[in-house]
Design a protein around this ligand. Structure first.
Ligand code: XUL
Ligand code: CO
Length: 443
């Protein structure tokens, strides 16, 4: 991937990040992520389709509820919004191409600052989309997905699609349409919905039935508009149980799958799962991935991690190897992601104020996934894991187990077999043996 540097070089202290292998001591080099290495029949780059998230990497400056941002971005200094958007995009493509990440993703308002009117914002977006197209063509980097920020502005404080005021829903529709247009224009693989304010803080004033039906209507309109205008990618919906609202309608994978099926959206939508959101829902990420995979809806991942010791969305870079190995086991068994990829919805800490810190963060995240993928593949091919798991269910491969699975037995017939066989023998689940297997292969 050719490195793209604009009028200003924003990261002069780093060149293209090389792969140097596990014995390397070079901080700004990959130890495990080797884009062309084939694992389980696919290049690493194609397994992951890593993406840089525009909002964390080029927008958020470290503000928290207790204080303002701590990080200063040289690409945010120009006098006009139009120039800042271009400078930011120069910085983004320099970062993306130096890191060698094949994709990026954005909210509409990551690319441009919102104007005073819809028309002004639309014009800014069109301008920057044209610029992004040039950058994509020059570098080969592509858009993983686009989305609309329908949660930050105060007008969305009571929700966007689920707002009790129809005028707000209409305003959101205008923003949604432009964001879908931008995604189509840039050849995005997907379009994401994360319902930031689609939920409630109290049931006392909330008609949940009406609101969730409005949400389904909004998604249906988006699907129909996208399909009518040539969008062939995947629509993705990102579960999160809470934060910013007390209860979000897209609570977790199982909730979202039921919602999509109930509203006739299951053929066009898949899930975009995020580790920290799983944590907040009280689930392991592997659980969320398995639920989605079982439904044929494992679409895309937001890579990060939470902090087990507190209850909010810390969006840290993913460096937990064991957790990632478990995730990669689910991914490989499922045959990969359907349509999407893996974007780093993760931010450097508020105290990580050097621009180089975001290189270290992404390198660590990509290496964690690469290492976990190789370990998971080794477990699946060179350990007893799959055979042991299959053996647990062997009684359903023949005889009355197989007849039960095939639906060939009535309850009376199965009960009669139960009466005849009597008390079944006890079989150990051997959980510790499985846990040891995983540990043995982490090397
Ligand atoms: C917020 C979150 C979002 C979505 C995209 O928790 O995860 O950044 O990923 O809107
Ligand atoms: Co996310």
């Amino acid at each position: 991937m050719p490195v793209l540097i604009g009028d200003t070089e924003y990261f002069p202290d780093v060149g293209p990040v090389p792969y140097e292998g596990p014995d390397s001591d070079t901080p700004l080099a990959f130890k495990h992520y080797d884009a062309d290495r084939v694992v389980a029949g696919r290049r690493m780059e194609d397994h992951f389709r890593f993406a840089v998230a525009y909002w964390h990497a080029f927008r958020q400056t470290g503000g928290d509820p207790f204080g303002p941002g701590t990080i200063s971005f040289p690409w945010d200094r120009a006098a006009t919004a139009e120039q800042r958007a271009r400078d930011r995009m120069d910085a983004a493509f320099e970062f993306i191409t130096k890191l060698g990440v094949p994709y990026y993703c954005f909210h509409d308002l990551d690319l441009v600052d919102e104007g005073d009117t819809r028309a002004e914002t639309r014009a800014r977006l069109r301008d920057i989309v044209a610029y992004a197209k040039e950058k994509q063509e020059a570098s080969g980097a592509r858009l993983l997905w686009g989305t609309a920020n329908l949660f930050s502005h105060p007008r969305y404080m009571n929700g966007a699609a689920t707002n009790p005021d129809a005028d707000v829903v209409a305003f959101a529709a205008s923003q949604l349409k432009d964001a879908i247009d931008a995604t189509i224009a840039l050849g995005g693989r997907g379009y994401v919905f994360w319902g930031g304010r689609e939920g409630y803080t109290t049931l006392l004033h909330t008609d949940t039935k009406r609101e969730t039906e409005h949400l389904a209507r909004f998604l249906t309109m988006a699907r129909d508009y996208g399909r009518a205008n040539g969008f062939e990618g995947v629509f993705l919906i990102e579960p999160k149980p809470m934060e910013p609202t007390k209860h979000q309608y897209d609570y977790d994978a199982a909730t979202v799958i039921g919602f999509l099926e109930r509203h006739g959206l299951a053929d066009d939508f898949k899930l975009n799962l995020e580790t920290n959101h799983a944590t907040l829902a009280g689930h392991a990420m592997e659980h969320e991935m398995q639920v989605a995979a079982d439904a044929g809806m494992l679409g895309s991942l937001d890579a990060n991690r939470g902090d087990p010791h507190n209850g909010w969305d810390t969006d840290q870079f993913p460096t937990d190897l064991t957790e990632t190995v478990r995730m990669m086991l689910v991914l490989l068994r499922a045959g990969g992601l359907q349509g999407g990829g893996i974007n780093f919805d993760a931010k450097v800490r508020r105290t990580s104020t050097d621009l180089l810190d975001r290189f270290h963060a992404h390198i660590g995240g990509m290496d964690t996934f690469a290492r976990a993928l190789v370990i998971a593949d080794d477990l699946l091919r060179n350990s007893d894991l799959e055979a042991m798991r299959a053996a647990r269910y062997a009684s359903f491969d023949a005889g009355h187990g197989a007849a039960f699975e095939a639906g060939d037995l009535t309850l009376e017939a199965l009960a009669e077999i139960g009466d005849r066989l009597g008390e079944p023998a006890q079989t150990s689940g051997r959980q510790e043996r499985y846990e040891n297997l995983i540990l043995q292969h982490i090397r």
